[in-house]
Write a protein that binds this ligand. Structure first.
Ligand code: SF4
Length: 355
């Protein structure tokens, strides 16, 4: 058994274990964990300085997760847009393949928290997914996502990549993974040797805070980059984690130093169970203003909203405020103007809360 598999066996998965380690009450978290599973790797746990700090908020369950019922568990309509279970076909020329439903750490802000780590989401069956992609010549880009594709065995991942490489119209494959951040020991020489056989291969990872850039995560990224895999990063703007222009600037600069190109900053999706992480749109705009012109252009990612209803990603800078000051009007890739409620502004008739 490889070391990373042993690390997975040693993960903290119950409120009782957490309580023993940090002297916080575990009982209030039990109903949360029954609904949304917890898993924290020993490595990621080691980055926590104290309860409530920025790594803690990303991985430790919060009772607030059960209070947020106003939003949909699947606001991007991924299930409706899946011609094969686990294969999301939203844009004409690319598909997202849910390759695994497991992750090393179950992030509390996950946009797929309806299903990661539990029965709510199954990986796409290999034969069905390959048959679908092969039957659609317009698909030139396949994104392996999850869950985390790098939690698959090397052999399983190799089988998926080999099957995709045999389809002539698939020009490239991208892997979305948080493993360099949460389980860096998973990036082994054996894995990297296998990945190297499947170029052109791109990998987007998911650092949210400069504390996550350590000797171990830097080494994992260096191994991947050394195999010729271009690395990008998608951060999510999270209240109490990185909704601070200076924190974000430091993160973007340090990513470039470990050969990871900042790609996106995502406005939090309107996913059920994540309201306590949502920031005002103005906060994201302030972050971008602190980046543009103040640091290398390569350190400036796109600040995007993934529009509800599967309408696609749009850059926030391309929007205009509605006269009522409560909604942003955004034009998507189809030319449709879509309303997006500012999560920081209460809806009419609900003037008391600060969502
Ligand atoms: S690693 Fe990605 S898919 Fe998995 S829980 Fe975190 S955000 Fe969600």
């Amino acid at each position: 058994m490889e070391n990373w598999e042993k690390s997975l066996e040693k993960c903290v998965t119950s409120p009782e274990e957490l309580s023993g380690l940090f002297r916080v009450p575990g009982a209030p978290l039990s109903p949360v964990v029954s609904r949304y599973p917890m898993r924290i790797t020993p490595y990621y746990l080691g980055l926590i300085d104290a309860p409530g700090e920025r790594i803690w908020r990303q991985c430790v369950p919060d009772a607030a997760e059960l209070d947020d019922l106003a939003q949909s568990p699947d606001p991007l309509d991924e299930e409706r847009l899946s011609p094969v279970p686990g294969l999301i076909h939203r844009y004409p020329d690319r598909v997202v393949w849910i390759a695994s439903s497991a992750c090393a750490v179950y992030c509390r802000f996950c946009m797929r928290k309806r299903g990661v780590g539990c029965a709510g989401m199954a990986p796409a069956p290999l034969d069905d997914a390959v048959a679908y992609v092969a039957s659609r010549p317009e698909i030139r880009d396949v994104i392996l996502s999850g869950g985390d594709p790098l939690l698959l065995s090397d052999e399983r991942l190799d089988a998926i990549l080999t099957a995709l490489r045999r389809i002539p119209h698939v020009e490239m494959v991208r892997i979305g993974t948080r493993v360099p951040v949460t389980l860096p020991e998973r990036v082994t020489p054996r894995l990297v040797r296998m990945l190297k056989r499947h170029h052109p291969l791109y990998l987007n990872t998911h650092f949210n805070h400069p504390k996550e850039i350590t000797a171990q995560s830097s080494k994992a990224c260096a191994m991947l980059a050394g195999a010729g895999i271009p690395l990008g990063n998608q951060s999510v703007l999270l209240k109490g984690v990185n909704d601070d222009p200076l924190v974000m600037r430091s993160l973007m600069q340090r990513l470039l130093a470990i050969r990871v190109r900042p790609y996106y900053i995502h406005q939090m999706d309107l996913v059920q169970g994540t309201a306590h992480f949502r920031t005002k749109l103005a906060q994201g705009v302030a972050v971008m203003e602190a980046l543009r012109g103040h640091t290398s252009g390569m350190a400036v990612p796109h600040y995007v909203i993934d529009l509800p209803g599967g309408k696609g990603k749009v850059e926030v800078s391309g929007g205009r405020m509605h006269e009522d000051g409560r909604r942003l009007l955004l034009r998507n890739y189809l030319g449709e103007e879509i309303e997006y409620p500012d999560p920081g502004v209460p809806a009419r008739g609900d003037e008391t809360g600060d969502a």
